[in-house]
Design a protein around this ligand. Structure first.
Ligand SMILES: [Zn+2]
Length: 335
């Protein structure tokens, strides 16, 4: 197979590059460089694929959090239910394919980094990865679109069979979220720690049109104080002081790093949790009565943005473009 590709490339070089030598020597040098690179990439990829044997890992031990039961399921069957739980079925096929690869990669990562004793992964989105039974999934869609929606997701999983995202030859920890609000976040600014070079801040155009992109939460002064008192019983805010409620610092992605509430300084992540905001990408405004939080994006902001993926697919990008946009320096390999 490798040989055939090399022959085709050699033939291509012969037909197109050699005549160019006589016309445009500099462009030819560039072309030859590109072709040489392509050959190297193919060799590199095949090498990695040969060293990569996940065939034995084609079943998943899924822990059902509600019943406590552990079920052994075929990996790709499991992924159809996951993708149907994690991404709206009316998203573009390329976005669904990207989600299927992300979910497969995340599952592989979890198999190697187990959180649960007897199982590989559980069905909860707040712990591992959302999963919904086919019966429940179909019941939540309108009758007229049930079959088409399900088949569309089955297709996204089947068209990407075996594909996973790797960095340095290992499956990545493929974080994703609903909407980045235009810019993703580094894991350090959400959970601290280090060690995910493929999770950088990246910008994505076209998320503005989605309902997940912007939201607003409004509190009366009393409501705000009471909310914060659930965590900090000794909090005091003098609303006459204009500096009493104020963002102090932003992260590189423009999210809130620290915010002042009266005598307390909170991290953006903590404020998001206590006030139940959709993300840490917020601005604060005040009027006579209320303190208003205008929020951009939905979720922690790390890794692939689902609305960003769909927006990119609408602009004509394929699943590979989408994945390589959100995860820096990765390869998509087939095992
Ligand atoms: Zn779990």
């Amino acid at each position: 197979m490798k040989k055939i590709i090399l022959y085709i490339l050699a033939f291509f070089m012969f037909c197109f590059c050699i005549p160019i030598v006589f016309i445009k020597p500099f462009e030819n040098r560039e072309m030859a460089y590109i072709i040489e690179n392509q050959i190297n990439n193919i060799e590199e990829q095949e090498e990695q694929i040969n060293n990569y044997d996940y065939k034995e890992l084609n079943t998943v031990k899924l822990f059902h959090t509600k019943t406590g039961e552990i079920e052994e399921i075929n990996l790709d069957e499991y992924l159809v239910n996951v993708v149907s739980a994690e991404m709206p079925a009316d998203y573009e096929e390329e976005a669904l394919k990207a989600q299927a690869i992300v979910a497969r990669t995340y599952t592989m990562y979890k198999i190697n980094h187990k959180k649960h004793d007897e199982a590989d992964i559980c069905d909860s989105s707040s712990c591992c990865q959302a999963w919904i039974s086919k019966e429940d999934r179909l019941a939540r869609w309108e009758e007229g679109v049930r079959e088409d929606n399900w088949n569309k997701i089955v297709r996204a999983v089947n068209n990407t069979i075996g594909k996973i995202i790797t960095y340095d030859g290992e499956p990545i920890n493929a974080f994703f979220h609903a909407s980045s609000g235009g810019t993703t976040e580094t894991p350090f600014n959400v959970w601290g720690g280090s060690g995910y070079p493929y999770l950088q801040v990246v910008e994505t155009a076209g998320e503005e049109g989605y309902t997940q992109y912007s939201s607003e939460v409004s509190f009366t002064k009393e409501e705000l104080v009471n909310k914060l008192k659930e965590k900090y019983s000794d909090i005091e805010i003098n609303f006459d002081d204009i500096n009493s409620v104020k963002i102090l610092e932003y992260t590189e992605s423009g999210r809130v790093r620290t915010v002042q509430f009266g005598n307390k300084k909170l991290s953006g992540v903590e404020a998001r949790t206590i006030l139940n905001l959709r993300s840490t990408n917020f601005e604060i405004s005040k009027n006579e009565e209320n303190i208003i939080f205008s929020v951009k994006g939905y979720g922690h902001g790390v890794g692939m943005s689902q609305t960003g993926a769909d927006a990119m697919a609408k602009q004509g990008y394929n699943f590979e473009d989408i994945i390589k946009h959100f995860y820096t320096g990765v390869e998509i390999l087939k095992y």
